[in-house]
Design a protein around this ligand. Structure first.
Ligand SMILES: Nc1ncnc2c1ncn2[C@@H]1O[C@H](COP(=O)(O)OP(=O)(O)OP(=O)(O)O)[C@@H](O)[C@H]1O
Ligand SMILES: [Mg+2]
Length: 312
């Protein structure tokens, strides 16, 4: 017997208008229980606005949002009790230490002693804040502040954790440590909704992703299937627009490709034929060529283009 569980988050035809600007435009989204789901998209695509609507701080102009099978607008408090959120801008009490911030947040969530102290200590260890636990927040580096913001979102032991660009500005070691924490939470059954501009992060962490552009989902799926649907291999080299047709002739003229200035990036099932052709055309002049497995950044760029395209 299969037990079908309702999605943790369901958005149907959700739109949000600011003045005459459509920040979110008929968005449909389903986040199943127990997955890490990545919301990806260019600056201004509507990701933060979508997260704010899921948390109930912003009301949609139209459409329905259900979290834990409840209407967010009608059951905001019940939804929030089971949800943790770290928004793009940290919300911290600057004069207080991380420990004091955690206590304030814990009391807000109606935690009582001795559970409250146990939870605070656990989160200080979980996000490795011990060395700075008693330093006022205003004296902490950006990375420590970010870790504290994430710790705060975990105070109520949420079933759903929402993280808006959690690792922006963090050093590589801290990013790796945070990924491992997010994986631990997911393994323990927490559903995670995350936004990030780092496609390596999304590829490593997320079971499913949705790429949004101008307030709409333009592609959704598991990273591995999205990558497989684009092409197994990616080849990159410099070539002028004038050279392009002759270089690709017979080998890749129908392949998906992206040009960024002189750089040509082509997505192919097999690059061997094209490489031989380029070598023959170059007649001994060895043009540097990179061949690598296609990744989620390629999928993202092939869907959204590059913001520099118009300037190239
Ligand atoms: N409070 C607001 N008032 C007016 N416009 C807003 C408001 N909040 C967001 N917007 C607009 O809505 C659009 C979507 O913004 P949003 O912050 O959701 O994008 P985002 O995908 O999170 O971008 P980023 O990757 O830069 O964080 C933008 O055009 C933004 O200017
Ligand atoms: Mg944002």
């Amino acid at each position: 017997m299969t037990i079908s569980t309702a999605p943790v988050i369901e958005l149907h035809s959700v739109s949000k208008k600011f003045g005459d600007r459509m920040a979110v435009d008929g968005l449909d989204l389903e986040v199943p229980a127990g997955v890490c789901f990545g919301l990806l998209g260019p600056n201004g695509a509507g990701k933060t606005t979508t997260l704010r609507m899921i948390y109930g701080v912003t009301r949609p102009t139209s459409g329905t949002i259900r979290v834990f099978a409840m209407d967010v607008g009608q059951s905001t408090r019940a939804v929030r009790a089971r949800l943790g959120i770290t928004l793009q801008q940290n919300v911290l009490i600057e004069a207080l230490s991380p420990k004091e911030n955690l206590f304030v947040f814990g009391r807000y969530h109606l935690l009582r002693e001795p559970e409250l102290s146990r939870r605070v200590e656990e989160l200080i260890d979980f996000l490795e804040l011990r060395s700075h636990a008693d330093v006022p927040v205003k004296r902490l580096s950006g990375g420590f502040q970010r870790r504290l913001a994430i710790a705060l979102s975990l105070v109520n032991g949420p079933e759903l954790l929402i993280l808006d660009e959690p690792t922006t500005g963090l050093d590589p070691a801290v990013r790796l440590a945070l990924w491992s924490r997010i994986r631990n939470l997911r393994a323990a059954g927490t559903t995670v909704l995350i936004t990030t501009h780092y496609m390596d992060e999304a590829q490593r962490l997320c079971d499913r992703v949705a790429v949004v552009s101008a307030g709409k989902v333009i592609r959704a799926g598991a990273p591995a299937s999205l990558i497989a649907a684009l092409a197994a291999e990616t080849i990159e080299f410099d070539c002028s627009i004038e050279e392009e047709a002759a270089l690709l002739d017979g080998f890749a003229e129908h392949a998906r490709r992206l040009r960024i200035g002189q750089r040509l990036i082509i997505y192919l099932a097999n690059t061997t034929g094209l490489i031989d052709h380029i070598r023959r055309s170059d007649q001994g002049d060895r043009r540097p060529i990179i061949v690598r497995p296609t990744n989620l950044e390629d999928v993202y760029l092939s869907l959204t283009g590059t913001s520099l395209e118009g300037d190239a």
